[in-house]
Write a protein that binds this ligand. Structure first.
Ligand code: NAP
Length: 311
């Protein structure tokens, strides 16, 4: 174990890199673990049109690269290793990654969440080319087009309703004959003339990998086993998210879905450990909101270290 760091940041996407920019400029010399998957969900996105400051739009990976450059410019040290274990029960806090043990007076957790995937090969190959996990991010690309939404929960209804502002038609494909979504969301979706439902069906394949864009889906009725095709220009998968919190089980208080519980926006159950972004925020899930939480966590962290006389 080397010197005790003032702050360790776990997570190398919007929230983590924003926390790094702020803590680096506050001369806290942050050490950031970006894992093997630097950049998070924006690395799976193509054009980003709603991040302020880029009126022409920017590619997701390019935006993340700019975040990284800005964090490094002020001295953030980035380690491209996954954190495999933490100990927040004693002080200084300890973090294990890449076969090394690290110690820190404070920690900012910004490990994000990942959208659940269907697990199809074509889904992976067409990701960002018509397959999306975020209607707010990508819906505007489907003006007057036909899209499908997969899922039957609140997220799927929210995505479908959002897409009606852009698309010509929205077809919700759900694996059962009843929605999981709340009654009010169901009613809104049922009442919307642009939304139609395909029940008891699962997506078996997404076309067309050869063309490099979405042209339709192959679906199977789980009751009759009948196969059919739906022509569409986009597929929005909304079957839930999984927070990246496995490593914090037993260390931080999590909610029943595995998200980190916070109070005062970014404070966790352990004083001196802060959480920022999609790892606790399952409501907004935007690059700009994750960044904002990264900023809040950095400011709270700075305050905490000063109050405890640790800087
Ligand atoms: P969710 O409630 O877990 O719903 C996931 C949906 O996807 C379910 O309908 C599920 O089908 C389906 N699904 C899961 N795996 C699938 C697979 N492999 N293939 C096909 N379908 C699959 O997730 P969520 O909708 O993201 O919501 C998560 C939480 O956030 C919930 O508590 C929700 O109420 C809340 N939320 C609230 C709002 C709001 O109030 N406006 C908006 C978004 C989310 P089954 O139904 O058959 O299991």
């Amino acid at each position: 174990m080397g010197d005790v760091e003032k702050v360790i940041i776990i997570g190398g996407a919007c929230a983590g890199l924003t926390a790094a920019i702020y803590t680096a400029r506050a001369k806290l010399n942050p050490l950031l673990f970006a894992g093997h998957m630097f950049g998070g969900q924006l690395m799976m996105t193509s054009e980003v049109e709603n991040y302020p400051g880029f009126p022409e739009g920017i590619q997701g990976p390019e935006l993340m690269e700019k975040f990284r450059q800005q964090a490094e410019k002020f001295g953030t040290r980035i380690v491209y290793e996954n954190v495999i274990k933490v100990d927040f029960k004693s002080r200084p806090f300890r973090v294990w990654a890449g076969g090394e043990e690290y110690a820190a007076e404070s920690v900012i957790v910004a490990t994000g969440a990942r959208p659940r995937m269907l697990g199809l090969e074509s889904e992976a190959m067409l990701m960002g080319k018509g397959v999306s996990y975020c209607a707010v991010c990508d819906g505007a690309f489907y003006k007057d087009r036909d899209v499908v939404v997969v899922g039957g929960g609140d997220s799927a209804m929210e995505e479908a309703l959002h897409l009606t502002h852009h698309a010509k038609s929205v077809t919700v494909i759900h694996r059962r004959d009843k929605l999981r979504a709340s009654k009010i969301m169901q009613e809104r979706a049922f009442e919307n003339p642009k939304i139609n439902f395909v029940w008891d069906s699962v997506v078996e394949d997404i076309y067309d990998v050869n063309e490099g864009r979405v042209t339709g889906v192959l679906i199977k009725n789980v009751k009759t086993k009948e196969l059919s095709e739906i022509r569409c220009d986009g597929v929005f998968i909304a079957i839930g998210h999984e927070p990246n919190t496995d490593v914090f089980v037993g260390q931080l208080t999590l909610d029943s879905h595995g998200y980190i519980k916070v109070h005062d926006h970014v404070k966790t159950s352990v004083e001196g450990v802060f959480a920022a972004g999609d790892v606790h925020d399952h409501k907004y899930r935007q690059a700009i909101t994750a960044s904002a939480f990264g900023c809040m966590a950095a400011l709270e962290c700075e305050r905490y270290l000063a109050e405890k006389g640790l800087v």
